[in-house]
Design a protein around this ligand. Structure first.
Ligand code: SME
Length: 187
């Protein structure tokens, strides 16, 4: 290979590396802006929603609209007096789901409610607990809603993209779940 051709290839590689890094940075900044926009919209919603139901409905709509990878957003709430305890589908945004009632020993939803911990699944195919709602779902986050220190329900989000939920997403979704929990404490 001539020195000239080699130099050309080195320059092309360097150019692609720079272009790729710029693209990654632009994508990260775009996502940060979207997350910030969603946060502000959620704060406005929280100030204006008159009931917990309005707050939950608004959170589903806003997260689904603002966050490109949040393809299904919904609340499951613990059914009052149910024995064994079960989660009932509440407000949601996205395609219909066959899972309108989930027992606590079922699914990622049951696991999050019974452990009281946020669960992030980067690849639902690799998690044996996963209850399929849509063939398109690749990753999922489920965040418990606490009322007076006890789990009262959860906010569940599915994505058509693998590993869609990073640290910033977790903070945003946990914030939404906290707002609902605090509102329920006042009801
Ligand atoms: N995938 C959930 C079931 C609910 S749907 O995602 C809407 C689970 O594994 O519990």
């Amino acid at each position: 290979m001539s020195v000239c051709v080699q130099r050309h290839e080195e320059l092309a590689t360097a150019w692609f590396t720079i272009a790729f890094r710029v693209k990654l940075r632009v994508m990260a900044e775009l996502k940060a802006t979207k997350t910030e926009e969603a946060r502000r919209a959620i704060e406005r919603l929280n100030a204006n929603a008159r009931t917990t139901d309005q707050l939950m409905e608004g959170i589903c709509q806003l997260l689904n609209e603002h966050m490109l990878k949040y393809n299904w957003v919904g609340f499951y709430m613990l059914e009052e007096g149910a024995n064994p305890p079960a989660l009932l589908l509440g407000r949601y945004q996205g395609a219909m789901t066959p899972h309108t009632r989930i027992f606590l020993n079922q699914g990622i939803c049951g696991a999050a409610a019974s452990s009281g911990k946020t669960i992030v699944v980067d690849d639902v195919k690799k998690d044996s607990r996963y209850l399929a709602c849509s063939l398109e779902t690749k990753s999922e986050i489920v965040v418990p809603v606490f009322v007076h220190g006890k789990v009262a329900g959860e906010l569940d989000i599915d994505s058509h993209f693998a590993a869609a939920f990073g640290e910033e997403d977790r903070k945003l979704v946990e914030h939404c779940a906290q707002l609902v929990g605090k509102r329920m404490e006042k009801d």
